[in-house]
Design a protein. Structure first.
Length: 105
């Protein structure tokens, strides 16, 4: 094939549990659901805001492990955004007109 390699887009999916989850993702999800189940069994559910607070850990853990385009999941997206804003970034311009520009000092 003239030195060109074709790599399938889903090569990483074979390394994931059920094709979507890492072990840490499943731990986060199971812990969130466990806390939610315990709260639902223990806390009285007659008041609406108490019921919402009881199911919040399960909702948050489910949203964190939800797959997102171009990233693994929402947890990874949040980590990338945090790294972008907290680390010192230096971007070097190497666009289509890089060779046409004179050096600026």
């Amino acid at each position: 094939m003239d030195g060109n390699y074709l790599i399938p887009a889903n090569t990483k999916r074979g390394q994931l549990i059920l094709g979507y989850f890492t072990p840490l993702d499943l731990i986060i999800f199971v812990v969130g659901l466990s806390i939610t189940l315990i709260l639902v069994m223990v806390v009285p559910m007659q008041i609406t805001w108490v019921a919402v607070l009881a199911i919040t850990p399960g909702i948050i853990s489910a949203l964190l492990v939800t797959p997102v385009a171009y990233y693994h999941n929402v947890r990874q997206l949040i980590a990338e955004i945090y790294q972008y804003f907290t680390r010192r970034n230096r971007f070097i311009w190497k666009g289509w007109c890089f060779l046409d520009e004179s050096e600026h000092k």
